[in-house]
Write a protein that binds this ligand. Structure first.
Ligand code: SAH
Ligand code: SF4
Ligand code: F3S
Length: 467
């Protein structure tokens, strides 16, 4: 077993791209076998699950909607907060029960939790019914692992010294209209609270020509939208010699002519003017930016290792608002970082009042083993943190609703992506600014960008009609 070390990995990615276009394996061992994947966590994990599904279907597996009827159950896990851990082990309890009834079922754990030494130790001591654990750096090896599974617990967790694996179009994408495109892996920012640099390794960018080829291919297949994925897309290309930076990559993707381009996440630090100009210049780069604040207090931002001050954040925010027409901005905020005072918290509220975000994901700080913040003493009781979260959410929701009200009776371009979960007679889709709209229209319009008149605005969604 090779667990990743918890050291900062600063060496750079050289020519270490490996192309792994899996040829269908001539082996009918898995033909017709059923797989079920449960995915936790961020877009990166969602996209990794698309890769896992693609790899499994290449070797004969078929997907099923319930773990009860599956031959293999895969849990693609997230380690960002403690509750993610609890959810996974809760679901594993159910899997264990299933395995008692059907001993041939294989239970597999992968994703960010698999990169945590403490989790692997816990599995080895208390969850021996699990068949395979593999990490975030060797997903492409899953077919081999399955073919070579021995009885008992198999652990295949690796660190990554800089490889980028190109797997071609071996994804089973969830949508026919919108696609995730990895542009880089890992994170070198080491924010003091965050586990991601340890679970995903150091920053490794894909070559721009491989990214552009993927976007061209998606466009040819009829995809309308791509979202470029990275933990901090601003850092794209820093580890490559003679390749594009993020602004230039964005421009090159815009020039492919694909109808909609989005990207997540941009760190407020090193969000360059060049990037802003490119976003403003191209109509197919969507006016929507997720700009995590985390805290509005300079003291806490410093303890978090975020590399910007409240004033710098606000000045970037103003620049984005003034240069990009109708831009919508959302954010992430953590409350209850160790020893966050009432004054620190009020600084956060003041930024929220000033920015009037379109939306925000808000979290109570959760200590993650192995991160610097987990060693900081913390005298703030949980009930105080909960009260702060509630107060913050009230303000966030107020502005989210206020921003949505501005859409009432306007016409918006909406990419319709599927049938609305709440009302099967409606389709749902997203405005250019990433507002969710439930639309009363002909179901055949799915997959199209249509003009929608907004008839109702709620806090978290809009309703509309096609005239
Ligand atoms: N790379 C992205 C964030 C990825 S994690 C960025 O830097 O913006 C998504 C969000 O989870 C973070 O923005 C942060 O708000 C939250 N988060 C990360 N670690 C956390 C922790 N230990 N406790 C609580 N929230 C956390
Ligand atoms: Fe975590 Fe910070 Fe990296 Fe985002 S930028 S993934 S918060 S370390
Ligand atoms: Fe979670 Fe890993 Fe994403 S920790 S948030 S799944 S990068």
């Amino acid at each position: 077993m090779n667990l990743p070390d918890m050291q900062s990995a600063k060496s750079r990615n050289k020519e270490r791209v490996e192309f792994i276009y899996s040829t269908p394996i001539v082996n009918n061992e898995f033909n017709g076998k059923k797989y079920f994947i449960r995915t936790y966590g961020c877009q990166m994990n969602v996209h990794d699950s698309e890769e896992i599904a693609g790899l499994l279907e290449n070797i004969g597996f078929e997907s099923v909607e319930s773990e009860e009827v599956a031959d293999i159950i895969i849990l693609n896990t997230c380690a960002i907060r403690e509750n993610a851990h609890d959810k996974v082990f809760g679901f594993l309890g159910r899997c264990k029960h299933l395995k008692e009834l059907k001993p041939d079922i294989k239970i597999i754990v992968c994703g960010c939790m698999a990169q945590e030494k403490s989790v692997v130790d816990e599995i080895m001591s208390k969850h021996k019914y699990i068949d395979l654990v593999f990490g975030t750096h060797n997903i492409h090896e899953l077919p081999n692992y399955l073919m070579n599974l021995t009885g008992g617990l198999n652990i295949e967790v690796k660190s990554n010294e800089g490889n980028v694996f190109e797997i071609g179009e071996n994804f089973k994408r969830d949508s026919k209209y919108v696609a995730w495109v990895n542009i880089m892996y890992g994170c070198d920012k080491f924010c003091t609270y965050c586990i991601v640099p340890y679970t995903r390794g150091k920053e490794r960018s894909r070559k721009s020509k491989d990214i552009l080829k993927e976007v061209e291919c998606l466009k040819m297949k009829g995809y309308k939208e791509v979202t470029l994925l990275g933990q901090n897309v601003n850092a794209y290309g820093n580890d490559l010699e003679d390749d594009l930076n993020f602004a230039a990559l964005l421009e090159a993707v815009a020039k492919t002519g694909i109808e909609r381009i989005r990207f997540v996440t941009s760190h407020p630090w090193n969000f360059t003017d060049e990037m802003i100009d490119i976003i403003a210049k191209y109509d197919n780069i969507m006016p929507y930016i997720h700009l995590p604040l985390q805290s509005g207090s300079d003291r806490i931002l410093k303890l978090m290792g975020r590399r910007y001050t409240k004033a710098e954040y606000l000045s970037l925010y103003e620049k984005l608002k003034s240069k990009i027409k109708n831009v919508a901005i959302t954010t992430d905020i953590i409350v209850g970082f160790p020893n966050e005072t009432e004054e620190d918290f009020n600084e956060t509220l003041s930024v929220v009042e000033e920015c009037k975000y379109d939306g925000a994901f808000t979290f109570i700080y959760s200590p993650r083993e192995g991160t610097p913040a987990a060693k900081m003493e913390d005298s703030i009781p949980m009930n105080v943190k909960e009260e702060r979260l509630q107060k913050l959410n009230e303000i966030v929701n107020k502005y989210s609703n206020m921003n949505n009200q501005k859409y009432l009776n306007t016409k918006q371009k909406v990419l319709l992506v599927g049938t609305s979960e709440k009302d099967n007679n409606k389709l749902y889709g997203y405005t250019e600014t990433m507002k969710l709209v439930n639309v009363d229209c002909d179901k055949n319009l799915v997959g199209n960008i249509v003009d929608v008149t907004i008839t109702e605005a709620k806090s978290f969604s809009l309703d509309g009609i096609v005239e």
